[in-house]
Design a binder for this molecule. Structure first.
Ligand code: SAH
Ligand code: SF4
Length: 422
């Protein structure tokens, strides 16, 4: 299970994925972190540690429930395990959480956490409370290789894929922080060996703060496809966190070859970062467009809902002054969406500035005019109110503090890691 691959790497090129075939971060104490593992993976880990298949199956079911339904991290508290079994587990396993380096709260209630992985990589997650919902914005990578010109994350020099544990860990940590694990004893859901279809209470979003998840933090989720898929499967599992796929949205900048697989293997809602309607402008804003163009992308969007039953696609459109915000742009957007007969909605996101950017936000009048044209074209085009700008938590502002290290220092650290991991 501990395949060691280099966790840090310099950016390989403008638009190529970073393959990091590593699902579990090796721990110095030799124990295995169960965080993020699926039921069969937990079973496998238990078998590797010496349990027979039948016992491993039973225990994996119990552990899965404790981990993801109850949020328990202490084996001693897992009361339906015999005492010696709890000790046996604690010698071999841990249930970890990402390390929190810093937690900030915006004046508008948005919260941002700076997290650190075991190998010292920093990434962020953001929680956005609203009247009727609470959305956790989850990162899929440390940094991003895609270098979109308007995105702060795209300027991070080192990139690595997050593991399933680090992705699920963000959701677990948010639940911890919001105090949203069910309390009371587990008597009613005790598992017996032949109890295949236990009647565990299901989560409902009612009354909870964390109701929705968007894969819109740092990174391009479709460049970390397997880990994101495995993590979201754990998050959607009815016996654990049990978030419905209808309440999860994956945002991509347009990695066309992975979109069909995302539809079939994950099946959550899709958001596509369009941002421009001409090749010239999209090439500038989203360099991936040079590889996968607008028309191809819209065709892939037209194919997406068929396989996943997603109701409609959301297009994200960052409003940048004098760049992509003219009336003609709005009309062209309507024409394109109609041409591909897309069941679509457009989210207009006023550009969020960050230190060193070349761009400015469109004026409020421009945003309103653009929105009206799209709306008159029969397509819903709400304007997103920026959230958490004061703590640099808004869309595209995420960039971790590790960046404060100099380039030379980062190169040296990367080289050291590479040498250490062979
Ligand atoms: N990589 C994925 C998901 C993360 S970005 C993607 O690009 O879709 C999440 C959203 O924030 C995207 O729509 C992205 O285009 C938008 N975004 C990035 N930088 C921004 C900025 N400076 N202002 C407003 N939105 C931004
Ligand atoms: Fe990466 Fe998305 Fe930012 Fe582009 S907008 S650099 S794809 S995180």
């Amino acid at each position: 299970m501990h395949s060691a691959a280099n966790p840090i790497m310099p950016i390989p090129g403008l638009i190529d994925p970073v393959p990091v075939p590593r699902a579990v971060t090796p721990r110095e104490d030799g124990r295995t972190d169960l965080l993020g593992l699926s039921r069969p993976q937990i079973k496998g880990a238990l078998e590797e540690a010496g349990l027979d298949a039948k016992a491993a199956k039973l225990r994996s079911k119990q552990l899965f429930h404790w981990l993801y339904h109850r949020g328990e991290t202490d084996f001693e508290a897992m009361t339906d395990l015999a005492k010696p079994m709890r000790g046996w587990m604690a010698e071999r396993f841990v249930v970890g959480r990402p390390q929190v380096v810093e937690a900030q709260v915006s004046v508008d209630g948005t919260r941002k956490w700076l997290l650190r992985s075991d190998d010292g990589q920093d990434y962020e997650m953001v929680f956005i409370p609203d009247a009727d919902r609470g959305t956790l914005c989850v990162s899929s990578q440390v940094g991003c290789t895609l270098n979109c010109r308007f995105c702060h994350t795209g300027t991070m020099r080192l990139v690595r894929n997050l593991t399933p544990g680090e992705i699920v860990g963000q959701v677990m940590l948010a639940r911890d922080a919001l105090g949203e694990w069910p309390k009371g004893n587990m008597g009613s859901v005790a598992v017996t060996p032949d109890d295949e279809d236990e009647d565990a209470p299901q989560y409902s979003p009612d009354g909870r703060m964390l109701t929705n998840i968007v894969m819109m933090g740092m990174g391009e989720p479709l460049y970390n496809f397997e880990h994101v898929r495995d993590a979201l499967k754990v998050v959607m599992d009815g016996d654990g966190l049990a978030l419905s796929r209808r309440r999860i949205t994956l945002s991509t900048s347009g990695v066309i070859p992975m979109m069909a697989r995302a539809s079939e293997e994950i099946g959550v809602n899709l958001a596509v970062s369009l941002h421009a309607v001409t090749k010239e402008v999209r090439d500038e804003l989203v360099p991936l467009n040079k590889k996968y163009g607008i028309e191809e992308l819209l065709q892939a969007c037209a194919d997406y809902p068929k396989a996943s039953n997603a109701r409609r696609i959301t297009f994200e459109y960052v409003m940048i002054r004098d760049k992509n915000d003219s009336d003609d742009d709005a009309r062209e957007l309507v024409r394109l969406i109609r041409k591909y007969k897309l069941p679509a909605k457009v989210n207009l996101i006023p550009f969020n500035p960050w230190p060193g950017t070349d761009y400015e936000c469109s004026t409020p009048e421009r945003v309103r005019a653009f929105s009206s044209i799209v709306f008159e074209g029969g397509i819903s085009a709400p304007v997103r109110t920026p959230r958490g700008r004061d703590i640099m938590a808004a869309c595209g502002q995420l960039k971790s503090a590790s960046e404060k290290k100099s380039r030379a220092e980062l190169d040296r650290l990367a080289a050291e890691k590479q040498a250490a991991l062979g």
